[in-house]
Design a protein around this ligand. Structure first.
Ligand code: ZN
Length: 100
């Protein structure tokens, strides 16, 4: 079990696309983008495509948060799993709720 390199959601059944671990939804998008690139005679690996889509979609940058209480992280991860979301999704929702 890992995280989708395109959307950051937890992957229950791992799918690989040229070395990129992606969820079912993103797998379909990845195939569509690859076919468009091939039509334009551009051959690009799945992992590179996945990272490009991720960075275009979420261009706000990366955030590293250190020294989070272990109990809080574990509770958040369990809740995210239960709700079918990623820890990233929860963090973004908390930020949205904070700024209104
Ligand atoms: Zn995904």
């Amino acid at each position: 079990m890992g995280l989708c390199v395109m959307c950051g959601r937890r992957i229950e059944s791992g799918m690989q696309f040229d070395g990129a671990s992606v969820c079912v939804t993103c797998f379909e998008e990845l195939q569509t983008v690859r076919e468009m690139l091939r039509a334009g005679r551009r051959e690009v690996g799945g992992l590179k495509i996945a990272w490009e889509i991720l960075h275009k979609t979420y261009s706000g940058g990366d955030l590293v948060i250190r020294d989070i209480p272990e109990g809080l992280v574990n509770k958040a991860l369990r809740r995210a799993d239960k709700d079918g979301e990623s820890l990233r999704d929860l963090t973004v929702k908390a930020m949205q709720a904070y700024v209104g």
